[in-house]
Design a protein. Structure first.
Length: 117
């Protein structure tokens, strides 16, 4: 299913998706779901959620599993850099990706959208 979902996203869209996720970590009390809906207005929440769980998370886990130096695979907020090193956030709290259906879209702050241009 992941391949079928991924085929509907351009490489540019995938890059932007990653950028939104990594710039809005749950550990900093940010909600990336709201920003994803703003950045991808032509996509439904269902499409965004499907991409997140069927493509993004699976690729992220696969990368973590291939990286033997990354012993802490529970860290959900890593960022891959250009040289394939992993940058992690030292947080005591677990990060949780909240399901967006129960989120109120009025909580979005458009002031942060310049980060994604």
């Amino acid at each position: 299913m992941g391949e079928q979902v991924a085929e509907k996203w351009t490489p540019e869209d995938e890059h932007l998706f990653h950028k939104v996720i990594f710039n809005n970590p749950a550990s900093l009390n940010k909600n990336f779901w709201n920003y994803l809906s703003i950045v991808f207005p032509s996509r439904s929440k269902k499409e965004i959620v499907s991409y997140y769980f069927n493509v993004f998370m699976l690729r992220k886990r696969a990368e973590q599993n291939r990286n033997h130096l990354n012993a802490d695979s529970d860290n959900d907020e890593w960022q891959g850099s250009d040289d394939n090193e992993i940058a992690t956030h030292d947080e005591d709290e677990d990060s949780v990706a909240e399901y967006p259906i129960y989120q109120d879209d009025t909580n979005c702050n458009d002031n942060h959208m310049e980060d994604y241009d």
